[in-house]
Design a protein around this ligand. Structure first.
Ligand code: SAM
Length: 287
C-alpha cells in the first residue's frame, strides 16, 4: 500500500480515472487527489468508497455526492457552487476515465463555461488498454462507443464507419457481441481482422484475434461473460468492400451509364476501375 500525500489542493474540478479491473491500476496522483479534495463526487459512491478503502484513503467527514446521468441537472449546480466558493472537488465515474462512454461531459463543460479550473488526472481506460493489446494499427483509431441495440440501426451505424481509415473500437455487452460481430462481418466484410478483448486487467482476461467471420462464429458458439471491447482493423478497400461496391454500383446504375457508374464507384471506393467496370457490366447484364 502507498500512503497518499494529503496536501491542500488548489480550487477546481479534478477528473480522475479509476481502475477498470485491477485495483492497483489507480495512479498515485489520483490517490493524492482523493485524499485531499474538499468534496468527492462519483457516478457510483459505493464503488468509490470501496476503492478508497482498498488504498487506505480516509473519507473523514468530507461530503460524497452521487453524480450520474439521472441526477446531473440537479447536482451540477451544487458542484459549481462549491467550486465558485474556492473548494476542490474530485469526480470519478464508476470505472475508467470519466466521459469515455461515461458521465462527466456536462459537468466538465459547465465548469469551463463558468470560467472555473478543470484538471484531469489521467489513468486507465478500456479503449486504450484494448488498443495496446490488440495488435491492430494504433496510428489512427476511431472510438465509436456502444453501437445501437437493434440490428437495423446497428448495421446502419457500422456502414457509416466502413470507410474510416483506422482501427475501429467499440464497447459492447457480452450478450450482444456475437450478433454485433455477425453484423460487422456482413457490413464490413468477413475478412477484416478483428479482436475481442474481454475482462481486461482482471483474472479472466482474454484476447481473441481473428477475422470478423471467424470471431462471429467463435463468439456465437460460446456464452461470453464480463466486459468486452471489440476492435476491427482498418478496411483494405481493394479487398474488403466487394459487397459495398456492389450495392453502390446498383444504386449508381439506376441513373448512370455503365462507364460513368464505374468511374464514380471506383473513385469513391478506391477499387481498381477495371474491376468495378467488369462488375458493372455483369450487373447491367443481369437486369
Ligand atoms: N469510462 C470507461 C473507460 O474509460 O473505459 C468505460 C465505461 S463504459 C460504461 C463500460 C464499458 O467499457 C464496458 O461495457 C466494456 O465495453 C468496457 N470495459 C470497461 N472495463 C472493461 C474491462 N475491464 N475489459 C473490457 N472492457 C471493459
Amino acid at each position: 500500500m502507498v500512503n497518499p500525500i494529503k496536501s491542500k489542493l488548489s480550487p477546481g474540478l479534478y477528473l480522475i480515472a479509476t481502475p477498470i479491473g485491477t485495483a492497483r491500476d489507480i495512479t498515485l496522483r489520483a490517490l493524492d487527489i482523493l485524499a485531499s479534495a474538499d468534496v468527492l463526487a462519483a457516478e457510483d459512491t459505493r464503488s468509490l468508497r470501496k476503492l478508497m478503502d482498498i488504498h487506505g484513503v480516509a473519507l473523514n467527514d468530507r461530503p460524497v455526492l452521487a453524480y450520474h446521468d439521472h441526477n446531473g441537472d440537479r447536482v451540477r449546480p451544487r458542484i459549481i457552487e462549491a467550486l465558485a466558493a474556492g473548494k476542490s472537488v474530485v469526480y470519478a465515474s464508476e470505472a475508467g476515465t470519466p466521459m469515455v462512454a461515461d458521465p462527466g461531459f456536462d459537468l466538465g463543460r459547465a465548469v469551463v463555461e463558468a470560467g472555473l479550473p478543470l484538471i484531469s488526472a489521467p489513468g486507465p481506460s478500456a479503449v486504450i488498454t484494448a488498443l495496446t493489446l490488440a495488435g491492430l494499427p494504433t496510428d489512427q483509431f476511431h472510438f465509436a462507443g456502444f453501437l445501437p441495440n437493434t440490428k437495423s440501426r446497428r448495421k446502419s451505424a457500422l456502414s457509416a464507419l466502413a470507410q474510416v481509415p483506422g482501427t475501429l473500437v467499440f464497447y459492447e455487452s457480452p450478450k450482444r457481441v456475437a450478433a454485433m460481430l455477425k453484423d460487422a462481418s456482413d457490413v464490413l466484410g468477413g475478412a477484416r481482422q478483428a479482436v475481442v478483448a474481454r475482462e481486461l486487467t482482471k483474472k479472466f482476461e482474454e484476447v481473441m484475434r481473428g477475422t470478423l467471420a471467424d470471431l462471429a462464429e467463435t463468439c456465437a458458439a460460446r456464452s461470453l461473460k464480463g466486459e468486452v471491447v471489440v476492435l476491427i482493423g482498418r478496411g483494405d478497400s481493394s479487398t474488403i468492400s466487394d459487397a459495398d461496391v456492389e450495392s453502390h454500383l446498383v444504386e449508381a446504375l439506376e441513373t448512370l451509364s455503365v462507364r460513368d457508374a464505374a468511374d464514380q464507384v471506383s473513385a469513391d471506393s478506391g477499387m481498381k476501375r477495371r474491376q468495378v467496370y467488369q462488375l458493372a457490366l455483369k450487373l447491367e447484364a443481369g437486369k
